[in-house]
Design a protein around this ligand. Structure first.
Ligand code: G6P
Ligand code: ZN
Length: 544
């Protein structure tokens, strides 16, 4: 089999975002587009000759074709071995798990996470490093720099690998192992959680659960975990067969997109527990009967109850949350006497804290929760963590969260998204905010007084790297906050995110609708940012 050298020219739009390169499928289907990016990844790495690469994706449209191309470029580039998931399937957390377990050099994940899939929808590619986590910024910057100068790539002229068969195959000089994408991940989950106790909770059918995989990658994992291993009845997992177009849905586990699950959990005769995960399996949404747990609260509850779970019995080294995530976890950390780190949006910022043993649990408002067991957020891990807590405490989800608020106070929280707005207008809105920042401190808005404003800057406590301009924060004297940020994961125009948070210590006031409790801050956000004027929208596209 020959290695071909193919001349190419750079594409100007291959800058990786918060979570890799995401574009519409037809963009990826342009001649040389994927090849250029993959070669740029390999060109910016050193020392991988003869080493192992882990490869797989969420099964969306173009997954299989992309895998064949990547295998052939990996073969031409000198990798020794590629571990690829059967049928090209691998959830993001499972890739992270396998990279770590096999001490692989790195991995490539094909996914655009929760974005819709299909011939005219999104595709994505992301590189993960040897600790199992997303490539840090210096790596993604090097990849981007390479995409701007690339003039050739090398690819093996060989046959496609049969991804449907487990086993070891030779692709020129490369060994390709098609492996079961479930085995290592399930083994890891069994080492962290008390499966026996969860099985007892589910036995007898008194406690009922419903898990929605939204026709995306977690289906096979969820069937194996909840129905086969934990004994939940068949039919517990909805949308359990991964489809190339995710059944035409938008597998983002939130109140808007996971509405089928929401209807079940808020309907008559609702089960006790509901959970959904996203396209590639790293996000989660947790519901109780007629009850929604915000991701920020979920992190805080997991932190407060961690000692009930075998894998975390020894206690937590620290917790970490992204800046726009509510400060509920900070309150738990303070009471536990451990550090709480505030990082920019993007799971990659947790990697150093986890590697250095500074944090054990991490979470983001964007429905991501995880721990040091891997270096990605992990949707099914969060579901198992909750089930383990429920199996020990034998209370409802709602009781557990309400008791939590009684102890720590309630951080009312909501995020308002304005999706696919004009990029120039979104930029103008941010500049409009910047211009006001020097004059805001001390200013009163109704009963709120501004304590500080800044554009969040993070200095990594491990390597000293500084990340600037991570979102505009307006903090008030009572601890409330409004944060403005432009999303780094959108594929169309710009998405403005407005994060709203207030703190309520008074138990008598814990029963409000968050939109009501936050109404004052919502008005201030509009006044400061002139959202209607700049976006042309009179209401958010998504409220979570
Ligand atoms: C991905 C990342 C997360 C991030 C989320 C939202 O899921 O892995 O770390 O929080 O996107 O990012 P965005 O830039 O769209 O707010
Ligand atoms: Zn995801």
């Amino acid at each position: 089999m020959d290695i071909k050298t193919v001349a190419t020219t750079p594409f100007s739009d291959q800058k990786p975002g918060t979570s890799g390169l995401r574009k519409k499928v037809p963009v990826f289907q342009q001649p040389h587009y994927l090849e250029n990016f993959v070669q740029s990844i390999f060109d910016s790495l050193e020392g991988y000759a003869g080493q192992t690469l882990v490869l797989g994706g969420d099964g969306r449209y173009f997954n299989r074709e992309a895998i064949q191309i990547i295998l052939k470029i990996a073969a031409a580039s000198g990798f020794g071995r590629v571990l690829v998931g059967k049928d090209g399937i691998f959830s993001t957390p499972a890739v992270s798990c396998v990279i770590r377990k096999t001490a692989a050099f790195g991995g490539i994940i094909l996914s655009a996470s929760h974005n819709p899939a299909g011939p005219h929808e999104d595709f994505g590619i992301k590189y993960n490093v040897g600790n199992g986590g997303p490539a840090p910024e210096k790596v993604t910057e090097a990849i981007y720099a390479r995409t701007k100068t690339i003039d050739h790539y090398q690819i093996l002229d060989g046959p496609d690998v049969d991804l449907g068969k487990l086993g070891t195959f030779a692709l020129g000089p490369l060994t390709v192992e098609v492996i079961d994408p479930l085995t290592d991940y399930i083994e890891l989950m069994e080492s962290l959680f008390d499966f026996g106790r969860i099985r007892d909770l589910l036995a007898g059918g008194e406690f009922r659960l419903c898990v929605d995989s939204m026709h995306a990658v977690t289906g096979p994992y969820a069937h194996a975990l909840f129905e086969d291993r934990l004994g939940a009845p068949a039919g517990t997992v909805h949308g359990g067969t991964p489809l190339e177009d995710f059944g035409g849905g938008h597998p983002d586990p939130n109140l808007v997109y996971a509405h089928e699950l929401v209807e079940i959990l808020f309907g008559e005769d609702a089960p006790d527990f509901g959970a959904a995960s996203d396209g590639d399996g790293d996000r989660n949404m947790i519901l109780g009967r007629h009850f929604f747990v915000t991701p920020s609260d979920s992190l805080a509850v997991l932190a407060a109850n961690a000692k009930l779970v075998p894998g975390y019995q020894a206690g937590l080294a620290g917790v970490a949350r992204s800046m726009p995530t509510s400060q509920a976890a900070d309150r738990v950390a303070a009471q536990l006497g451990i550090d709480c780190y505030e990082t920019p949006t993007g799971w990659k910022f947790f990697g150093n804290l986890l590697d250095a043993g500074k944090a054990t649990l991490c979470g983001e408002e964007s429905f991501g929760t995880g721990s040091g067991h891997i270096r990605e957020k992990d949707g099914l891990w969060a579901v198992l963590f909750w089930l383990n807590i429920l199996a020990v405490r034998r209370q409802s989800v709602e009781q557990i969260v309400r008791e939590h608020w009684q102890i720590y106070g309630r951080n009312y929280y909501s995020r308002h998204d304005y999706e696919a707005v004009d990029s120039a207008q979104a930029q103008a809105l941010i500049e409009h905010l910047h211009a006001q920042m020097p004059h805001l401190a001390g200013k009163a808005f109704g009963s709120y007084e501004v304590a500080y404003t800044d554009d969040f800057s993070y200095t990594d406590p491990v390597d000293g790297n500084v990340s600037k301009n991570q979102g505009i924060r307006v903090g008030f004297t009572d601890g409330s906050r409004v944060v403005f940020r432009l999303s780094g994961t959108g594929t169309q125009g710009a998405t403005l995110r407005v994060y709203l948070e207030s703190f309520e210590p008074n138990i008598a006031k814990h029963n409000q609708d968050p939109q009501q409790a936050l109404a004052g801050l919502i008005t201030i956000a509009e006044e400061l940012a002139q959202i209607r004027k700049f976006t042309g929208r009179d209401k958010p596209t998504v409220i979570t």
